[in-house]
Design a protein around this ligand. Structure first.
Ligand SMILES: NC(=O)c1ccc[n+]([C@@H]2O[C@H](COP(=O)([O-])OP(=O)(O)OC[C@H]3O[C@@H](n4cnc5c(N)ncnc54)[C@H](OP(=O)(O)O)[C@@H]3O)[C@@H](O)[C@H]2O)c1
Length: 271
């Protein structure tokens, strides 16, 4: 039996990963802050597939709670085969209009937490010569899109590098690179996405289905939708100066004054 630990499993893409892996008959460990919502996801999956997932509530920005998740990942008595680093949030205002503490919390959740959890799980995966790490990145990481995009660029680069290092051990690494996906992400970040056309939006279950297929094909990146695959190709091959000019033209002023910024970086925003 394959055991999968998913961070940010109480909503959005994390809950979709839980559904996708449960449908494949995997045992699950669900991590996020909101215990009630995690239990609801677990109950729904137990009703559908007959196996009750383990619920491991944790605020991954709390060092002690993050350590507890890392210890669960490293426990040789209860091996975890697949880690999905998914928990994340964005900020409402471009740099430097969000409080620096919020910038630090975002960087910690998007970069330091996956680094620590991957560091905990990889020795066991290497020893057992099986398993995988999936890191949820973003198409924002392909472009000059502020500190969120910079953190996601790290996620993709880290994944591609780790994939090379772990290939000789039979361990897979996949960077999941979604475009705009219908989840709670934009609302939590206080982003106004009302002007975006329907055609840009992806479905979370479709992103996960594509990711699981790409994982089985041992691909390095998983990008859902022809539009985003073409976009990624174009960004890779166009001159960086051209891309930068285009981004500068599209850049908008901050949607909110910094003092009004309410966002998922704050613990009180946790559901
Ligand atoms: N939606 C998009 O358009 C999009 C596009 C590209 C990439 N992504 C990436 O996809 C990933 C998942 O986001 P989503 O779209 O599914 O957003 P979402 O619906 O807002 O879900 C975010 C998840 O992260 C958890 N989380 C947030 N802070 C946490 C913390 N401190 N400790 C533990 N868990 C925490 C939340 O649960 P609790 O509140 O219960 O803790 C929730 O389960 C993120 O890494 C995001 O950057 C999203």
């Amino acid at each position: 039996m394959t055991t999968v630990l998913i961070t940010g499993a109480s909503a959005g893409l994390g809950a979709a990963f839980a559904r996708g892996f449960a449908a494949k008959g995997c045992d699950l460990i669900l991590v996020a802050r909101d215990t009630g919502r995690l239990k609801a996801v677990a109950d729904e999956l137990a009703a559908a597939h007959g196996t009750l997932p383990e619920v491991l509530p944790a605020d991954l920005l709390d060092p002690e709670q993050c350590r507890a998740v890392a210890e669960r990942l490293a426990d040789p008595a209860r091996p975890v085969d697949i880690l999905v680093n998914n928990a994340g949030f964005g900020l409402p205002a471009p740099f430097p209009y969000s409080p620096v503490e919020d910038e630090e919390r975002m960087l910690d959740l998007l970069v330091k937490v996956p680094l620590k959890l991957t560091h905990a799980v990889v020795p066991g995966l290497r020893e057992r010569r099986r398993g995988a790490v999936l890191n949820v990145s973003s198409v924002a990481g392909l472009l000059p899109t502020g500190t969120y995009g910079a953190a996601k660029a790290w996620t993709t680069a880290f994944s591609e590098s780790l994939r090379v290092d772990l290939a000789p051990y039979g361990v897979r690494v996949l960077a999941v690179v979604p475009g705009f996906t219908r989840t709670e992400f934009q609302e939590r970040a206080g982003m106004d996405v009302s002007a975006l056309p329907d055609s840009v939006w992806l479905d979370a279950d479709a992103v996960v289905a594509r990711a699981l297929k790409d994982l089985s094909l041992r691909r390095p990146l998983s990008i859902t939708g022809l539009r985003y695959r073409l976009y990624a190709q174009a960004v890779r091959h166009l001159p960086r100066t051209f891309v930068a000019r285009k981004m500068a033209r599209d850049r908008r002023p901050p949607a909110q004054a910094p003092e009004q910024a309410q966002n998922a970086a704050r613990p009180e925003a946790a559901r």
